[in-house]
Design a protein around this ligand. Structure first.
Ligand code: NDP
Length: 461
């Protein structure tokens, strides 16, 4: 009997592997240039395999073929006029990936690197991240190859208005609810919302999240991703008998996620010793002054190297990857995808890092993740760690539809509860599928099961 059971399991495993290989080959063949999307799919496939082995319904219903194909991918021309009166043209994108459990939800990224591969990798991961939050939101993502750097306010406004002129046809509070991401902060969301409102002649606050407080935004949304990152790290540490107080922390980037991760980490007694921007990084052994970073990056939009003007004992180094050679207890990549490669991961491990938690989306290469796991570093995957942003976005949608505004404390408390639940769900799923402690497997399986079950319930969609 035992031998029979074992044979059955290994046969099912073989079938699942063959099925996954076939689906993966199809997506590579269809869009061979979409490297980041392939990377995201292969990472998720690797971790959800045990769920497919355990429940053959996912294979029988061809869930994988369906889940890797966006419900809709919209690309559009974004013409706008620069300050010299010259017409410029950028490309706009929105991927409406999966709406099985709620309206599409996910940010807009304005960065020259944005293309279909980038929006698809982000949108694909967003499906599972959103499911993991426990909120009723599907997965989407979008953006443009427009570079806001060096543009005047008026240029940014004209660009946002043109972008929304097209996007407006595809979104709505029960259809698709975009938010910010790299290059899209409160200012851009304001211009986008203004144009939507004008076009529709309706104050539909729930159509965008990350809004300003004066027109329907939620308190604590700005802080949510960074704070949520630290709440998740706290859970990881607590579970292993440690505390964040007194730990040395290195955080890449100096944008929305990084700044509020720094703020919460410092508030809880950690010492943040380095941060960066896309030119280079600063190292301040006595602890980074968050006030200076905020003034430089949030208010004056300057470069991080200017920090040393105010703190001559700090050190500035050009280039981004060098930040990972600084010895620390906790490393938080909060800037961009693939910023930690195998060499950087090995250096972090050699220097004694205890925790790596991904504030950014897909900041570690698969090789880097392998090194962290082999070295028993506590590793928090992006899907779980940075889910606080979209979770509070969902709370913002709830406040908009009930026409209520919650206090900062109420949102922050709810955020903490959500991050604790996410950690517990990932941990439980990892344990249930015989990979205790592997939060990547836990996060992917917990998110996948929720969406896959809904897809089965909804028929062939
Ligand atoms: P921002 O645009 O506010 O900040 C990005 C920061 O990263 C900037 O400081 C930027 O520098 C820096 N940066 C960009 N590329 C590099 C690089 N190669 N090396 C080092 N630094 C770099 O974006 P967010 O903080 O909003 O987003 C950061 C990450 O977090 C992204 O992966 C995003 O998808 C993810 N995320 C964001 C959420 C949110 O709520 N904002 C929610 C969930 C995930 P510079 O100033 O030079 O541009």
């Amino acid at each position: 009997m035992e031998a029979y059971v074992k044979d059955t399991i290994s046969k099912e495993e073989e079938l699942v592997q063959a099925y996954m290989d076939e689906v993966f080959e199809t997506i590579v063949k269809r869009d061979p240039h979409e490297k980041e999307f392939h990377q995201a799919v292969s990472t998720i496939f690797r971790s959800i395999k045990p769920a497919l082995v355990k429940n053959p319904a996912y294979r029988n219903h061809n869930i994988l073929e369906r889940i890797v194909e966006p419900e809709r991918l919209i690309t559009f021309r974004v013409p706008w006029m620069d300050d010299n009166g010259t017409v410029q043209v950028n490309r706009g994108f929105r991927v409406q990936f999966n709406s099985a459990i709620g309206p599409y939800k996910g940010g807009l990224r304005f960065h020259p690197s944005v293309n279909t591969s980038i929006v698809k990798f982000l949108g694909f991961q967003q499906i599972f991240k959103n499911a993991l939050t426990g909120q009723p939101i599907g997965g989407g993502k979008g953006g443009s190859d427009f570079d806001p750097k060096g543009k005047s306010d008026r240029e940014i406004m004209r660009f946002c208005q043109s972008f929304m002129s097209e996007l407006a046809q595809h979104i709505g509070k029960d259809i698709d609810v975009p938010a910010g991401d790299i290059g899209v902060g409160a200012k851009e969301i304001g211009y986008l919302f203004g144009q939507y409102k004008k076009m529709r002649n309706t104050f539909e606050a729930g159509v965008l999240t990350g809004k300003g407080l004066s027109y329907g935004g939620s308190l604590a949304r700005k802080e949510a991703t960074g704070y949520g990152t630290i709440y998740f790290v706290q859970e990881m540490l607590k579970d292993h008998g440690f505390d964040i107080a007194g730990k040395k922390v290195v955080i890449s980037g100096s944008g929305n996620v990084s700044i509020y991760a720094m703020e919460k980490a410092i508030e809880l007694g950690a010492k943040v010793i380095a941060c960066s921007d896309s030119d280079g990084y600063i190292y301040d052994e006595s602890g980074i002054s968050l006030e200076t970073v905020k003034q430089l990056k949030e208010v004056e939009k300057r470069r991080i190297h200017d920090y040393v003007e105010f703190h001559p004992n700090a050190h500035y180094q050009e280039g981004c990857t060098g930040i990972w050679s600084i010895a620390c207890d906790i490393a938080l990549p909060c800037a961009t995808q693939n910023e930690i490669d195998a060499a950087a991961a090995q250096t972090l491990v050699n220097n004694g890092v205890k925790v790596v938690a991904e504030g950014a989306n897909m900041p570690s290469t698969p090789e880097a993740i392998g090194i962290f796991l082999e070295s028993n570093v506590l590793f928090g995957p992006a899907k779980a760690v940075n889910a606080g942003g979209v979770a509070v976005s969902s709370l913002e949608m709830g406040q908009n539809s009930s026409r209520m505004a919650w206090s900062f404390e109420k949102v922050d408390t709810k955020l903490q509860e959500i991050m604790t639940d996410i950690y517990q769900n990932c941990k439980e799923a990892a344990k249930e599928y015989n990979q205790p402690g592997n939060l990547i497997v836990g996060a992917n399986i917990a998110g996948f099961i929720k969406v896959a079950d809904a897809m089965i319930d909804l028929g062939v969609i």
